[in-house]
Design a protein around this ligand. Structure first.
Ligand SMILES: *Cc1c(COP(=O)(O)O)cnc(C)c1O
Length: 362
């Protein structure tokens, strides 16, 4: 038996804590990547049951699935698209589109005019992420979108922070660029509608940036990079069983590259999860800048000389992984605990990395 277990109670606890912190500010639940790995449909259903019914996605397929399930929920497509096929399908679904540049505005406006309708859109502003969005200095172009595109109903505007998990100063700078742009729009007689910029980290750390709405994904799962966690619980773990138990003699080795050599007789348990399932999967280091990479290298060296112990829970006891984690196997030191074949093993895995495990809500 193997599964990725999502504890419903912890998830509900987090939703409630986040709603309480947001107060009257509406929350867009970001559900990209199959709802961060825990299932678009079951996750969105729990969100709805607990008072969150606005969803933000990046894929047409996700919008389709949500619309089938929730005929009336606001759905925001956060990715700006000028593809006519995609625009038509999104309009059929009644999804709010994102306008990230002038050409996209022209494309959506044209299609909406052909369909004799008005398309609801949000404007994306690029304050440093370098992805979708008008640059703050392109305010004149943006104003002309508000003024001349009669088949667009612009009900919101947003930007996205690139370093809210690590760099408060950069986040503040992006926020200032964004709010200055809002002022310019208002001064020009354009009503920006719902302004939103916070992702999970900015939401938790910068209440002053909540504005008229927030977009939250990882915080629902209690996965934040810093210590202010609003009492959020980490949701989800992999579960498997002890498949084999035995004693290995002194000098015997375990795993590829003989990563562990027994200094004494050792009792080992073989478990059936590995890095393919997301266990001990290497965190991507390319998220960081050169300066951080140096820290990463030092960290790596430290791990070579003082190996980090990977801990799993067998029968409720903390136990150490021996040697390298394999693709679908790992080996645990159970010398000092009582356990039997078939006993339950709990392994910490980020659901985003999970492959090959059935997601099970409990
Ligand atoms: C992923 C994403 C979010 C949510 O980010 P979290 O850090 O998971 O809360 C918000 N906005 C945009 C544009 C995103 O792509």
């Amino acid at each position: 038996m193997k599964a990725y277990v999502v504890e419903r109670e912890a998830l509900v606890h987090n939703i409630q804590a986040l709603r309480a912190f947001a107060g009257p500010v509406p929350i867009w639940a970001v559900l990209k990547g199959n709802g961060y790995g825990i299932g678009l449909v079951p996750f969105s259903r729990i969100l709805r049951e607990n008072g969150i019914d606005r969803f933000a996605v990046t894929e047409l397929k996700e919008a389709e699935t949500l619309r089938e399930n929730y005929p009336d929920a606001p759905i925001l497509m956060m990715r700006s698209t000028a593809d006519p096929g995609e625009i038509n399908e999104l309009l059929d679904l009644g999804v709010i589109l994102t306008v990230g540049c002038y050409e996209t505005a022209v494309a959506i406006n044209g299609i909406a005019a052909e369909r004799a309708m008005v398309a609801e859109v949000h404007i994306a502003v690029d304050t440093g992420m370098g992805r979708y969005g008008f640059l703050p200095e392109d305010v004149d172009k943006l104003i002309s979108v508000y003024e001349y595109m009669k088949n667009l109903r612009i009900s919101g505007i947003f930007t996205h922070f690139h370093s809210a998990f690590s760099n408060e100063k950069a986040t503040r700078q992006q926020f200032e660029l964004f709010t200055a742009l809002l002022e310019k729009l208002r001064a020009a007689g354009c009503e920006p509608g719902m302004a939103h910029c916070c992702n999970s980290h900015a939401f938790v750390r910068h209440p002053e940036m909540h504005l008229d709405g927030v977009r939250i994904g990882s915080a629902f799962l209690g996965r934040l990079a810093f210590k202010e966690k609003l009492g959020l619980k980490r949701v989800g773990y992999a579960e498997c069983t002890v498949e084999e138990l035995r004693w290995i003699p002194k000098g015997h080795t375990v795993g590829y590259a003989a990563g562990f050599k027994a200094r004494q007789q050792t009792r080992i348990a073989v478990i059936g999860v590995g890095y393919y399932n997301g266990f001990a999967a290497q965190r991507e280091n390319d998220l960081f800048r050169f300066r951080d990479s140096l820290m990463g290298i030092l960290h790596h060296l430290k791990n070579i000389f003082f190996p980090r112990k990977i801990i799993v829970s067998v029968n409720g006891h903390k136990c150490r992984i021996l040697g390298h984690v394999g693709m679908v196997h790992a080996v645990v030191d159970v010398t000092d605990i009582e356990c039997a074949v078939g006993d339950k093993v709990v392994v910490q895995v980020n659901p985003l990395n999970v492959k090959g495990l059935r997601v099970q809500y409990r």
